[in-house]
Design a protein around this ligand. Structure first.
Ligand SMILES: [Zn+2]
Length: 88
């Protein structure tokens, strides 16, 4: 998807952050400074959403459906299983 950036790969599945998610993290960091509790809480939320989407991907792969990537948005995450050939 446009405007998303790969940050890590887990079990061969690329995990990307959408630009709106990155902007949310920047705003949380700016508005929570110097107390970073809200930012740390947001990071833990990010980790839990990644774990949630990786578990979705594991089940999806179990049923033989290819997972192309995981994208994280401010409202949650999503799995993309569309092939690259459909987009070109
Ligand atoms: Zn879910």
């Amino acid at each position: 998807m446009k405007y998303s950036f790969r940050v890590l790969t887990i079990w061969g599945i690329p995990i990307e952050l959408h630009i709106t998610f990155i902007l949310l993290m920047v705003f949380v960091l700016i508005f929570s400074y110097p107390d970073l509790y809200l930012f740390i809480l947001t990071v833990f939320l990010f980790i839990s959403v990644v774990a949630h989407e990786v578990s979705h991907s594991t089940i999806t792969r179990h049923y033989g459906i290819r997972v192309r990537k995981i994208i994280l948005y401010p409202i949650g995450g999503g799995i993309s299983n569309r092939s690259d050939s459909r987009q070109s």
